[in-house]
Write a protein that binds this ligand. Structure first.
Ligand SMILES: C[S@@+](CC[C@H](N)C(=O)[O-])C[C@H]1O[C@@H](n2cnc3c(N)ncnc32)[C@H](O)[C@@H]1O
Length: 251
């Protein structure tokens, strides 16, 4: 198993790879999807759980999810087939930067995947290209609740993406030509549930598979993640989901 597969294992008890409870996910989908026949596109869809949940309650809706990993696709597609939704859900294993489609989406989702585009503004640009007129974007990303220790900041910003505080994050989005029509910030309980599931599920798997060659790696990954969370970004890193509409040009 490589680290990506171990990470997928860690998400088994919390298939949404973001600090959002099941009821929050349902709430956000209710706010975001307008009309029964909406077409949804999820850029960086994880295993496709957001889309499966969206389709379950909306008869005519269709959805495409794109993720470079593909981990968990088979399970979600199997569940979609069991529910009679298979013909309305397509999951594509592909780099989001390479995804092209003539079909515009009524709702574009990108939750916790802005790093796949290189940052927030690049994600907004990609979403705009896929959005139908009058479409909505559901964008989830991290921000700093409080100024972290420089070492914590460096550890969490080791890729192209840098985070700002919440007012600055929202101001960047607005300046890019979007109007927030709703927003949700994760609670500390949602963060704790997410992180305990991540670290605990992986540790549990390792303890249940003492002979597995990746047992020690899994235990180490779980412990490292727990330390960087509890001793580092807990209470500092926030997560916000914004429901956005393109701001019309001024008359
Ligand atoms: C934090 S997870 C969020 C997944 C999902 N949106 C959710 O909320 O459950 C980020 C996802 O982005 C995907 N990803 C990262 N880089 C990508 C890329 N270049 N193209 C497509 N997907 C990418 C990862 O495989 C991962 O599934």
């Amino acid at each position: 198993m490589d680290r990506r597969e171990l990470s997928a294992l860690a998400h088994a008890d919390h298939p949404i790879s973001a600090p959002l409870s099941d009821s929050t996910v349902e709430h956000l989908l209710r706010r975001a999807i307008r009309g029964q026949n909406a077409h949804l596109l999820d850029l960086g869809c994880g295993d496709g759980t957001w889309l499966l949940r969206a389709l379950r309650a909306r008869d005519g809706a269709t959805a495409v999810g794109v993720d470079i990993s593909g981990a968990g696709f088979d399970d979600v597609l199997g569940e979609a087939a069991r529910l009679g939704l298979a013909d309305r859900l397509e999951l594509r294993r592909q780099d989001v930067a390479e995804y092209r489609s003539d079909r515009k989406a009524d709702l574009v989702l990108s939750v916790g995947a802005a790093y796949a585009f290189g940052g927030l503004l690049q994600t907004l640009q990609a979403a705009r290209e896929h959005l139908a007129e009058d479409g909505l974007l559901l964008l989830g990303d991290c921000f700093w609740e409080r100024e972290p220790d420089p070492a914590v900041r460096a550890a969490m910003e080791d890729g192209p993406q840098k985070f700002a505080d919440l007012p600055t994050t929202v101001a960047q989005v607005v300046a890019d030509g979007w109007t927030p029509v709703y927003g949700y910030t994760s609670t500390i309980a949602e963060w704790d549930e997410y992180e305990w599931c991540w670290t605990g599920t992986l540790a549990q798997w390792a303890l249940d598979h003492p002979e597995h060659p990746d047992r020690d790696l899994a235990l180490q990954m779980s412990a490292d993640h727990r330390t960087s969370w509890l001793g580092g970004y807990r209470g500092y890193l926030g997560f916000v989901v914004l429901l956005l509409r393109p701001t019309p040009a001024q008359a």
